[in-house]
Write a protein of this length. Sequence first.
Length: 312
Amino acid sequence: MTAKPVKTRITEMLGIEKPIIQAAMGWIARSHLSSAVSNAGGMGIIETSSGELDAVREEILKMRDLTDKPFGVNVAQAFVRDPNIVDFIINQGIKFVTTSAGDPMKYTSMLKEAGLTVFHVVPSLQGALRAIEAGVDGLIVEGGEGGGFKNPKDVASMVLIPLVCEHVNVPVVAAGGITDGRTMAAAFALGAEGVLMGTRILSSAESPVHQNWKDAIVNAEATDTVFLNRAGPGPALRALRTERTTRLETEGSPNIFGEFADTQAVYFGGDLEAGIALTGQVAGRIRDIKPVAQLFEETIAEYHATIARLAG
């Protein structure tokens, strides 16, 4: 049985069936996974943070063979190597872009002048107001419990999402700790109109990462991630707890990017000690590996059940 739709400004603006956006994970968020998200009614996102734009171009072409549903591209500004990244995206015929890891003033006006819809990822109220000033169409508000690169002054979603929603009028997508219908309902109660899933989709059946990483997520406790590099230099980040990251948690590193070492061995070879496996705290609630379509259907059904229970 198909769960009844959840219609918000996010679904209407992006032309999607379910207000769920997939995180743009470097090397991982490519056509196989992202098309599964789009075909399941969410918004699949193709990454560019790998810097491999020739490969990204091919992944966008594959997306159009694999889905006729909307999808977008992420620009992680801190990792942009090509100064013509905006032209690259426009030339691929992309209509939706998420920008992150940088100043929203840099690309927003150029993207919007080309007719694209732009959401910016923010970790703070200050960042949200800056993005509004830049003219974004929406915000992805990311709490500190999420995986990946973070603001060193992290704020939990329970505080950050309503804080931002109190100060902006654009639609907000909640990120950080979202894994099911209950957390989606909680995010909506805080003022969001959509959710972004990272770790939950990372551990899905269609995710291309090695089974060792998925198994580590399924077996993780809520305390099995670490927040690294709070004092810098470079960005802070949240990752899976391993011997390597536990050492980094206590000793720090003068070069956090160097600690990633062999990313391909971690992501696709399954050697979780070869680098850093970016993972959110919500790994502590994930206990199985499911196809994206099943995951989304169950999320929407549980969302409705949660709202009904609260109303009753």
